[in-house]
Write a protein that binds this ligand. Sequence first.
Ligand code: AMP
Length: 371
Amino acid sequence: MTKQASPLRSGSIIGILGTGQLGRMLSLAGAQLGFKTHIYGPEENAPASEVSWRTTTADYRDETALTHFAESVDVVTYEFENVPQETANFLSQFVPVRPPVRALDVAQDRLTEKNFLKECGLSVAGFQYIETYEDLQEVHARFDGQGIIKTRRFGYDGKGQWRMTPETDLKALLNEIDNRPAICEAFIPFDGEVSVVAARSTSGQIATFDMAENIHENHILRHSFVPTGLAESLKQQAADMARLLLTELDYVGVLTLEIFVCQDKLLINEIAPRVHNSGHWTIDACATDQFEQHMRAVAGWPLGSPNRQYDAVMTNLLGTEINHIDSLAEDEMTKIHFYGKHEAKAGRKMGHVSRLFKVGHRPDREGYKLF
Ligand code: AMP
């Protein structure tokens, strides 16, 4: 029998699969609501453990450890989409798992994801499954040589991706792909990349945060600017897409849509069944932030207001950039979030800052620099 039908009360324990900064910020939000969090993952001394009630350090396929974990918590959630589905299915025998396992199924495989989005009537870049040299030749012709190859699984921050151009040597490309199941997407000459973070409660209530415009550097998110300068009709369209997906998946928790803007069209790039880096600005700029919203939803509570009180620019602090602490701390409207990571490896997300501005006063993104 599974536990928990009514809203969780103070002192209840929320299990979180994954030990990184997202788990850390979920734990902090959970503590504010009176919950304890039990973190589960294979890493020792991870960012989430420092601020949580309990940590189990074990493999995601360790059924003994998973059983003990399930027995100790009232509900399970996750901070990353590559949680093995077997793990989520195993846990759901004992305890509710939110968001639902189906969301993992959709988000873990780019081909399943694209087909699902299309079936929902949403626009995505043209795509095709590729396996052989002939497939590559076919897709090369179909997309006029302009494509991006992506492995179906485990790609993130640009890993597992190859740009295809008219000049690409397709034999060499096939070697690089090295038999990993992959798709090719048409290359989209987009005007910008935006994201929408939205949440759905156990009772079906939906709340959507304002859209953020995201700037990437070396495939890693650099800044999120809020609000975007997009037309209201596009903002509404994005919120409607989020609503449709949340409902279709019978979703509980926070879901993120990454979207390409092409003139007056929105194409969904991918969805993430979790809180998201491009939603970190909500911590300081909104009445309820994405982490609290997620914890409210998984605990069976009503959602809070996502209303935005400031304009904001969120910037990730990568590697040794956290050493800029002195100058960052000098600005009283710069909110600092460090993740407690010990080693500042190049490109590693060590923390983020959100600079807050009066509504209507966000700086222009052209030439924006934090330091
Ligand atoms: P992804 O891992 O799918 O989020 O892709 C990483 C980044 O690659 C995106 O944020 C885009 O900047 C770029 N990208 C991905 N897919 C496409 C595409 N079909 N056309 C153009 N750029 C893309």
